[in-house]
Every structure is written in C-alpha cells, then in structure tokens.
Design a protein around this ligand. Structure first.
Ligand code: MD6
Ligand code: FE
Length: 216
C-alpha cells in the first residue's frame, strides 16, 4: 500500500453542531465547489454585484446580488424580497440547478427535508469586509432553514443566540463548508468577522457566500 492510492479520496465531511437546529457541515459542498463558483460567476455577470444601501442610508460593506424567483434587496425604504433586480428592472437570473440541488441536499442532511429555496443571495467579501450581527427575518415564515455555502477565502462566522447581547461563538468557514440553521436556531443572531486578506486558487482575493432561503 502506498500513499498515492489515497490521493483521490474526497476530503472528509465533518459535522459540528452549533446549537439546537444549527449545524456546520465542513466540506459538504467541496465536490461541487468549482461548479458552484462558475454558476455564481454567471449570475454575477447577468446581475452585477452592488453595494446596497441600508434604510439608514449607509452603503453595505458586503457586495450583493441574487438569483432565483426572489431576491433580497435593501434601500431607503427598507429590506424586502422582490422578483426583479432594481438596477436593471429585469427578473433575477434563474437559480442554477447545481445550487438548488446542493441547498436541498444540505438541508436534508441537517434534518430539514423538502427544502426548496426560492431566493439565493450571493455575497462577495474582500479583505476587511465584515457583516455585523443580525437575524435573517425578512422571510414570510420561519419554518424553512437558511442554508449558507462558503466559497473562496476563509472567514470567521459569528453565531449567537436569540438575543443580540448574548454570547457569540466563532467558527472558521472554508471553501466548500455549509452552515444550515433552522428550527430553534432560525432567528439566531449571526455575522461575519472582518475578512483576512489572502489569495484563493479559484476566487483570488474574494470570499463568495451563497445564502439560500425560502422567502415566501
Ligand atoms: C456568511 N451571511 O456570509 C453569512 N445574511 O457566511 C449572512 O448571514 C448574510 O451575507 C444576510 C445578508 C447577507 C449575508
Ligand atoms: Fe444572515
């Protein structure tokens, strides 16, 4: 037996429970990661990344776009989901099949069978980009989980409880990692620490995060 017999084994998938209803699936999307990156690049060509403005009037640090029937948008009027890209007035690009399949498979693995996302938020982080603690609560009902896929540079994910002031745990999210939170964790506060500079072989100086939701 020589080591090269094992060179082509896929990276192991490991699971870490973050809280009741929340799980980190390390390496879960690794086999599809290259396909997911090219699908995301395609979406970003058709609906370019932009820095949305918060209701308070500040540009968000994370650059965002969407694919699927609905997209999450923020402007002076508030946060909401809508079927068209406010920049172009056109429908958001369709959600690539590889993305839907991965989101459904990850949710199922985490104990949420039958998850069919109708919105995928595509987020781009660069060195220094952070996302402050928040809840994802613009969806119509909270029965469906959130599925979050990390691609490119690693980030530190902040995961807290139901109150902003509670304790927050930190988890390193690498290329191909998936976090699923639902059930008792559906409204957990979460965020991303300032991204460290680096160079990823596929995505260069960027981290791309795909966040899948059932908005309606
Ligand atoms: C992440 N992102 O990037 C987690 N939520 O790993 C989010 O939780 C998120 O990027 C709402 C809007 C944009 C996001
Ligand atoms: Fe979020």
């Amino acid at each position: 037996m020589t080591a090269d017999l094992f060179d082509d084994l896929p990276a192991p998938v490991s699971e870490e429970r973050l809280a009741d209803g929340a799980v980190l699936l390390r390496g879960f999307a690794l086999a599809e990661a290259t396909a997911l990156v090219s699908a995301a690049e395609d979406v970003m060509r058709r609906a370019p990344l932009r820095h949305m403005v918060t209701p308070g009037g500040r540009a968000m640090a994370v650059a965002m776009t969407n694919c699927g029937p609905l997209g999450w948008v923020s402007d002076r009027r508030g946060y909401r989901y809508q079927g068209t890209d406010p920049v172009s007035g056109e429908p958001w690009p369709a959600m690539p099949g590889a993305m839907v399949a991965l989101a459904t498979r990850a949710a199922d693995h985490a104990g949420y069978p039958g998850f069919v996302p109708d919105a995928c938020l595509v987020n781009e982080y660069r060195a220094g980009t952070r996302l402050s603690l928040h809840q994802d609560r613009d969806e119509l009902d909270f029965a469906a989980p959130i599925v979050s896929v990390s691609l490119g540079l690693p980030a530190v994910f902040l995961f807290g409880g139901q109150a902003r002031s509670g304790p927050v745990s930190r988890y390193r999210l690498a290329h191909g990692d998936v976090v699923v939170w639902g059930g008792a964790s559906r409204l957990a506060f979460h965020g991303v620490a300032p991204l460290a500079a680096g160079l990823h072989p596929l995505l260069g100086e960027r981290r791309i995060n795909l966040t899948f939701r059932r908005a309606r």
